[in-house]
Design a binder for this molecule. Sequence first.
Ligand SMILES: [Zn+2]
Length: 238
Amino acid sequence: MSSILFPELRESVWRANLALVKAGLVTLSFGNASGVDRAAGVMVIKPSGVPYDDLRPENLVVLSLEDGSIVQGDLRPSSDTPTHLLLYRRLTEIGGVVHTHSSAATAWAQAGRSIPPFGTTHADHFHGSVPVTRQLSENEVAGEYERETGVVIVETLERLGLHATEMPAALVASHGPFTWGRDAREAADNATALEAVAAMATQTLALNPDCGPVNQYLLDRHYLRKHGPNAYYGQRRK
Ligand SMILES: [Zn+2]
């Protein structure tokens, strides 16, 4: 058997996929995490439809970032692979992508609503409302559907002037959330935070349908103490 390529990247993507299950974000096999090695020009992603219990780092699929060809792997990659590839190509600062159908975040996506920042939990992770995309057109769905899903995410960020590092999530209308980060682990953490924030937002509106977003100064304070050059929350990341 030939040697396993990119063992560390495989391990980190494998752990991120399992973290989604542990966080309760995965229903059946709806969910996938990927990570990239930009220097090597490769992406590692979960294979399609493999039960999480059977998932091993060796089962993951390694693809070329440039043309999507399989570099190593016997199994078919996740059917959402073209979305992941598009996001890595267009959002050049990200190193990990996660997609789930976690219920609270998916409910907002299905409702076609962006998630307002109602409190500091939201502000700790997302610098403003988590955006929702427009609906894909019939042509986009009939064509390269998974790639178009990535296109509409990037289009939404650009339309709203959002930078991928400050807004590491988007809701695809009538579908569900995509999140990203510096690596697969951070993308999984953001998926977990997004689900918590979405559930809290739903409950907030149930209790007070007129509730508005947090004050901008509180949003900024919470976001900036965890992110950016003057961050001081937690421990420095190696
Ligand atoms: Zn999906």
